[in-house]
Design a protein around this ligand. Structure first.
Ligand SMILES: Cc1ncc(COP(=O)(O)O)c(C=O)c1O
Length: 326
């Protein structure tokens, strides 16, 4: 599930341990004021340009509810994160799959020609792990007349991950969505956030359910945000393990798509046959090692592997080594 293998910051765990009964007895701050102020400070924007939700999944769904008309069309680079397809179907919105290039890089011109009302860009993309440079993101936002949703769930794992957040000052049609789930190791707390201009943020505020982020999760997210050093150290550890594991995969004969995330999309060596990826996935599962296999036309010969700790990746490497008879 592309979760972080490391625990949240010790500050977060301290807040969790010292949270008292009030946190359960009293209603949350419906506007998440303290957390939003901290996010605004961290990212150099106004508090009015920030919004918090029950995970970024809730925010994405809310963006559809508030801004995307049913029977309209969204365009999204293919392959894509399946949540968008599910949310689009719930809202009766057509999902136009815009193919990425052979190397899975996003083709901005094709997105612009898609004729869609809204464009979704997951950057870096899931499940490919590829990053679109900021200049290309800006070209997209600049030339597209409709709303552009840039989902940066994984951007802090990218080496050169320049965020689109500063673009919200210049463009009125941009929402940048982020989450505490990945780099802050808080999937279970369910806190997401987004940045946009004040008008769109006000519209989201009006459309949201009143107490969408609970008291404890607001406190935990704030503590996580305030420990940037821990986040940077654990992220660097994830990047190191990822890069070492990519080298291991090459050694085993895999083809690897360069990843800018905490997961790796790779093709097993061709000599193991057409169903090789699926067979490996099933055999690993028998050993309680869970990787992802997608039946999609461009992904059926690939595995998507979430980055674990160094020790976990060693177990996986040894298992792959054994299964491939190396
Ligand atoms: C690209 C992307 N966006 C959004 C999400 C949703 O994350 P959350 O709802 O935990 O914030 C995920 C989760 O895996 C993701 O991969």
């Amino acid at each position: 599930m592309n979760e972080n293998p490391y625990p949240p910051s010790p500050n977060v765990l301290k807040v969790l341990r010292t949270t008292n009964e009030e946190a359960l007895r009293l209603y949350p701050d419906a506007r998440c004021d303290e957390l939003r102020a901290a996010l605004a400070k961290q990212y150099g924007v106004d508090k009015d340009q920030t919004f918090c939700g029950n995970g970024s999944s809730e925010i994405i769904s809310l963006i559809f509810t508030v801004f995307v008309e049913s029977h309209s069309r969204i365009a999204i680079p293919d392959p894509f994160f399946s949540l968008y397809h599910s949310i689009a179907s719930i809202h009766q919105v057509e999902c136009v799959r815009v193919p990425t290039r052979d190397d899975f890089s996003v083709d901005v011109d094709l997105l612009l020609e898609s004729g869609a009302h809204v464009i979704v860009l997951v950057n870096p993309n899931a499940p490919t792990g590829r990053l679109l440079p900021l200049s290309e993101v800006e070209r997209l936002v600049n030339h597209f007349p409709g709303l552009v949703i840039v989902d940066e769930a994984y951007i802090d794992f990218a080496e050169s991950g320049l965020s689109a957040i500063p673009l919200i000052e210049r463009y009125k049609n941009l929402v940048v969505v982020r989450t505490f789930s990945k780099v802050y190791s808080l999937c279970g707390a369910r806190v997401g956030y987004c940045f946009s201009n004040k008008t769109l943020i006000t519209a989201l505020e009006k459309g949201k359910s009143l107490y969408n982020v609970n008291v404890v999760s607001q406190k935990l997210a704030l503590a996580a945000l305030q420990d940037q050093e821990y986040m940077k150290n654990t992220t660097a550890a994830v990047q190191r393990t990822r890069d070492e594991f990519c080298t291991d995969l090459y050694r085993l004969g895999f083809d690897v798509i360069p990843s800018q995330t905490n997961f790796i999309l790779c093709s097993p060596p061709p000599q193991i046959g057409d169903n090789g990826a699926q067979e490996l996935y099933e055999k690993l599962m028998e050993r309680n090692i869970y990787v992802r296999y997608f039946k999609d036309t461009r992904l059926f010969d690939k595995l998507r592997i979430s980055n674990g700790t160094k020790e976990e990746m060693e177990i996986l490497y040894n298992e792959l080594h054994r299964l491939l008879g190396k």
